[in-house]
Design a protein around this ligand. Sequence first.
Ligand SMILES: *Cc1c(COP(=O)(O)O)cnc(C)c1O
Length: 456
Amino acid sequence: MSEQKIPYKIYLSENELPESWYNIRADMKNKPAPLLNPETKKPCTEEDLRHVFCDELVKQELNDKDAYIPIPHEIREFYKMYRPAPLVRAYCLEKKLGTPAKIYYKFEGNNTSGSHKLNSAIAQAYYAKKQGLRGVTTETGAGQWGTALSMACSYFDLDCQVYMVKVSYEQKPFRREVMRTYGAKVTPSPSETTEVGRKILKDHPGTGGSLGCAISEAVEAATKQEGYRYVLGSVLNQVLLHQTVIGLETMTAMDKYGIKPDVIIGCAGGGSNLGGLISPFMGRKLRGEADYKFIAVEPASCPSLTRGKFVYDFCDTGHVCPLQKMYTLGSNFIPSPNHAGGLRYHGMSSILSQLYDDKLMEARSVEQTEVFKAAQEFARVEGILPAPESSHAIKVAIDEALKCKETGEEKTILFGLTGTGYFDMYAYKAFNDGTMSDYIPTEDDLAKGFSGIPSI
Ligand SMILES: *Cc1c(COP(=O)(O)O)cnc(C)c1O
């Protein structure tokens, strides 16, 4: 198909929405290592996980055989409110960069949560409802996940209890109000409502909290209330599975116009959007049908893939969740303050970790000021104010496009634009004021994190 025929935005129709999620594990020769029970250190059984997670989600978590898992009708109906998401040809950015490269991005910011997280939140809420549960508990740092889950729970009339890291609770009152508008109960963490919260408050009075601490409170709240389960917004196989709706739509849109991406880029926090975007393409690569270059982009301040270790580690600070084999900085690693809250997790999806270890995917780390420069450049020509997290992918997409300018190659670059940055204006302010700083952890900083990794 000739170049001019590719529109600025490729919209699919409702009936082109995928009917199944794609489970990349079915096509992986080296499967991700099994989760381990934190007490017995044996592979987790369905039984082990049922106390914490919904039954159907436990099955999805452990399923590495079925390549396609049907998306239930109710979830597809919800998806139709804000999906299929557009695939955008960044003509204006290409022109500004003066690159022969063709740049595309899949935009996931078209819903109130402002990110891709709703794709999994609605699935997790659906399975909880189907099981007859009363509600779910979770943690949120920056707030995107808590918002997405609040929306999903209100849709299925489930109770939603969100433990929000106290500093974010105080600094991002608007995110809190969005959640409350959807009916969620938002508690600043650490709190007096759980045993672990009370202990932390006693040991560290006045603490602003952390994600690890909020996870521990949310898990305790779920296991201590009849009819509740805990849900998580990233890292787990099930979350990555739900997010494959991003990649499947992208692939359908590209195939329709005969577009073949050479390079596929995404930001990586826990790995769910990147895994979701690349899965169907990676499937083709694994089956020998096509080849692509995949790049995971992480902050230099929290470099789990580029500087972490590929070992079994705890997923949370309280060590209540199963152990997972992944690239990790250690569950005690505290990244320096970074404005991309969604990318501050110490570990990485075990699926992506395995693919990276098998050299099927590359990873790069980028510094925050450079990321915001890219965000600004993008916002000025493409009309979307990107989330700081998403801007990590923009930064590397621009780098790749500028390389093409030097070599004259007409590569096709695809990246995931995971969300919008309207709740991140303090970060933009710091950038605009010139007060933003970059901190790269030293070998000593990393060694401290590594020392908390269990020997298994
Ligand atoms: C949470 C978040 C991310 C990172 O999470 P992943 O699980 O790695 O995808 C990226 N972008 C936005 C906008 C987010 O909210």
